[in-house]
Design a protein around this ligand. Structure first.
Ligand code: ADP
Length: 768
């Protein structure tokens, strides 16, 4: 906003004495915009300039020289106005008043001769709208455009070049048309029509207007400079906005798309696209575009000697006024660009951290002369885009590395969750930072116990295998941390918080110190109580084998020696039952060896099943007869509770016989003489299975041992010490193997001192 003028300043500005201006204020010809606290008037420049123009118009007596001086001063005052459209509109108004014309107009021309702006005065708003679009410059006005000289005529319609007025045009007679020339170029025209109070415009009017046209030329030049400056600042502001927008985008594709759209708007071009460089081949490939004519059937433009490459090599934006005539490009490339419908282009390299990433292209379908400032702007946009793109790519790479690490971690966690061994990760200060469910089970006997965050020993203690407490410095984690290498295969006894003890095998290894911390130890603890048991079984078996093999052999050998002595005639009488005893001992040995051989055959799958239809109604009496061996006392104990109409099962008859005999023999062996033994058979599981069970009222099996009796060589401790029953611990293991081979199951329910029931079930429809 220009400052207010005092009375003296205003008078000086328009070249009158301040008292003259004072009188004009009194007469109301000029109104002050404000007054100082002391009552002095203050004027706007606009009011002073309007007053000056009116004064020129009314003072008929003022000589032309004075008019000129005042004209110049008024124009200078006008020049202080910044908005070009206001200046040009007022110049037109000033011109109209100076030469007393009814209508006036000022046209601003483009370089190609078309009218860019058209300011009219004297026309009402309705008349102005009725005129329609900007004049084309045909007819009389056209002559002005072309010849760049003043036209002064009394009657427009009578002039040789006139083509008449368009419809709705107000009638006009006299015309004064003056070209506005700037550096020899016609940058606009001033038109005045219908001289008031005279038939036509005078030579003085022409002189005055030609002078005004010179000022108008300056105003137009200023206007275009102003517009350029204005546009420049608007564009840089727009670039700032683009920067803000694209830096918010995270993925490269969105960034590229946004740059193309924004770039197109920034310069107001028809098309924009981005090609990315393949560093391996040096080729550019268009990845995103906007406003590009579709190239049906053509592969994407991938070239190594196009504008993009030149821009990349030159590391600076490249301006191409017209592809068709530019000798820097091969004809094939030009054709390709032409097929995209482009004529003029700016191409800027996308470069970040010294690396070329690609190029940004902005193009027009009509020839356009891009300004250096525009090339600079596109260069800035491309640099910005490249940096943001580079950041986004880096971010993406980091994110995918992070994602991969997360997936590996998730996989590891899944493995740990389902790992049957206890895995714990302990920090040097004995804090557990990771533990799997198996660790909870090992230490506390159940899942879901939170170990993480606790500090060892949380109620647990380790002992050496001989039972002496493990010193702190020999704790596996401590050993690993003391850099004594991994601690592998350490056998220890773990006293659990709930009070029991179990043998464990510990493997521990130190995780190398990383940025994350100063190292931790991963320990894997394996409950080896089962292994220990197997080991014990093996030892017991060896003892049993040596006893069971040795005692019959000793008996046989003793008897054989006696018979030998007898045969030498030294009067030793061989008791009659000896051959029977020898036979029984040999049978025992054969049984034992047979069992051992069968067990290993079944385990190695070398004993095929000979399947046939087997009826339980045959099987049961057969087995009872075999077991009883004519002993009536035993026979009297056995009861059979079986329906007659049971269907057959597909099975190996001899193997089934073996199972049932085994169960019957056990029932006899582990129960008191005279107690009942019951055999039952019947359909089970809705008729799909056949169940057979042997129930005794014997010594029973403690609950903890009920599953173990099916293990190889397992024999109940209680029975060995109490009853001194001999056996190999293989019978039930063989039963389980045979029933399993038939697709069936075997189980026991038992109560100590009440008796046991062994039951097996076989499918009726077998696939074997
Ligand atoms: P063995 O009888 O030769 O020892 P088994 O495999 O047949 O071998 O049996 C394993 C163990 O199961 C036996 O030692 C015994 O302790 C227990 N057992 C088997 N049958 C019975 C039963 N009917 N009553 C009580 N205990 C039994």
């Amino acid at each position: 906003m220009p400052p207010f003028l005092s009375l003296r300043e205003a008078a000086a500005a328009i070249g009158v004495h301040h008292t003259t201006l004072g009188r004009a204020v009194k007469r109301g010809q000029l109104s002050p915009a404000a007054r100082t606290p002391g009552g002095y008037p203050r004027f706007t420049q606009e009011a002073v300039q309007v007053y000056a123009a009116g004064m020129l118009e009314t003072s008929q007596s003022v000589p032309v020289g004075d008019k000129r001086r005042r004209l110049r001063e008024t124009v200078l005052l006008l020049a202080s106005e910044l908005r070009p459209e206001v200046v040009l509109q007022r110049l037109a108004e000033l011109a109209r008043r100076l030469v007393r014309a009814r209508y006036g107009a000022l046209a601003v021309m483009e370089q190609d001769g078309t009218i860019r702006e058209f300011y009219t005065v004297g026309l009402t708003r309705a008349q102005r709208t009725a005129l329609g679009p900007l004049p084309q410059g045909r007819g009389l006005l056209g002559e002005l455009f072309k010849k760049s000289h003043t036209v002064r005529v009394a009657d427009i319609a009578g002039h040789a070049s006139s083509v008449g007025f368009p419809p709705n045009h107000p009638p006009m007679r006299s015309l004064l048309g003056v070209p506005i020339l700037s550096q020899g170029r016609n940058v606009g025209n001033l038109y005045l029509t219908d001289k008031i109070g005279a038939a036509e415009f005078s030579a003085h009017d022409q002189e005055l207007m030609e002078e005004l046209a010179e000022y108008a030329a300056v105003a137009i030049r200023n206007a275009s400079l102003y517009q350029q400056t204005q546009q420049r600042s608007e564009r840089w502001t727009a670039l700032q906005a683009i920067a803000n927008r694209i830096t918010l985008a995270m993925d490269p594709q969105t960034i590229l798309r946004q740059v193309v759209l924004d770039g197109r708007n920034l310069l107001g071009v028809d098309s924009a696209f981005i090609s990315l460089l393949n560093p391996a081949t040096g080729r550019l490939r268009t990845v995103t575009s906007s406003g590009l004519r579709r190239q049906r059937g053509l592969p994407p433009l991938t070239v190594t000697a196009g504008a993009g490459n030149i821009a990349i090599w030159g590391r600076t934006p490249l301006v191409i006024d017209d592809y068709a005539t530019d000798n820097r490009f091969l004809p094939a490339y030009k054709e390709r660009i032409a097929s995209m419908g482009l004529v003029s282009l700016i191409v800027a390299p996308l470069e970040a951290r010294g690396q070329a990433l690609g190029a940004l292209y902005l193009g027009t379908r009509r020839r356009r002369r891009f300004q250096p400032e525009e090339a600079e702007l596109v260069g800035q946009l491309a640099s910005l885009a490249a940096v943001v793109l580079d950041n986004a790519r880096q971010y993406e790479a980091e994110r995918s590395a992070h994602y991969r690490a997360e997936r590996a971690e998730a996989r590891l966690q899944t493995i740990l969750q389902h790992e049957p061994e206890a895995v714990v990760v302990v920090t040097p200060d004995r804090r557990v930072i990771s533990a799997n469910p198996a660790a909870g089970r090992l230490f506390f006997g159940r899942d879901g116990v939170k170990l993480i965050g606790r500090r060892y020993p949380f109620g647990a203690r380790f002992h050496k295998p001989d039972g002496t407490p493990l010193p702190d410095e020999e704790w596996p984690v401590a050993l690993c941390l003391a850099d004594r290498g991994p601690c592998l295969g350490l056998e220890l006894l773990l006293d659990r918080p709930k009070g029991d003890r179990t043998p464990v095998l510990v493997n521990a290894v130190r995780i190398p110190p990383s940025e994350a911390g100063d190292g931790a130890v991963v320990a894997v603890l394996q409950d080896i109580s089962h292994l220990k048991q197997v080991e014990q079984l093996k030892n017991d078996f060896m003892a049993m084998i040596s006893h069971d093999l040795k005692s019959p052999l000793t008996t046989i050998k003793g008897m054989a020696s006696s018979i030998q002595l007898d045969s030498k005639g030294e009067n030793v009488v061989v008791p009659l039952e000896w051959p029977k005893v020898i036979e029984a001992e040999v049978d025992r040995l054969t049984d034992l060896v047979d069992n051992l051989l069968d067990m290993s055959r079944i385990e190695s799958g070398a004993m095929p099943l000979d399947l046939e239809e087997c009826y339980v109604a045959d099987l049961i009496p057969d087995c009872v007869w075999r077991v009883v061996q004519g002993d009536e006392a035993v026979a009297a104990r056995i009861r059979v509770e079986t329906p007659d109409d049971l269907p057959p099962v597909m099975a190996d008859y001899l193997q089934l016989q073996r199972v049932l005999c085994n169960l019957l023999n056990n029932a006899i062996k582990y129960s008191a003489v005279g107690t009942p033994i019951t055999l039952r058979a019947g359909l089970a599981a809705g008729g799909s299975r056949m169940g057979v069970e042997v129930q005794d009222a014997g010594m029973g099996i403690p609950a903890v041992e009920q599953q173990m009796v099916f293990e190889k060589f397992y024999r109940s401790q209680a029975h060995q010490t109490r009853g001194g029953k001999s056996g190999s611990g293989l019978g039930l293991a063989i039963c389980r193997a045979i029933i399993g081979a038939h697709g069936g199951t075997i189980s026991v329910t038992s109560q100590v001192n009440s008796g046991s029931t062994f039951r097996f079930e076989l499918p009726l429809q077998t696939n074997h």
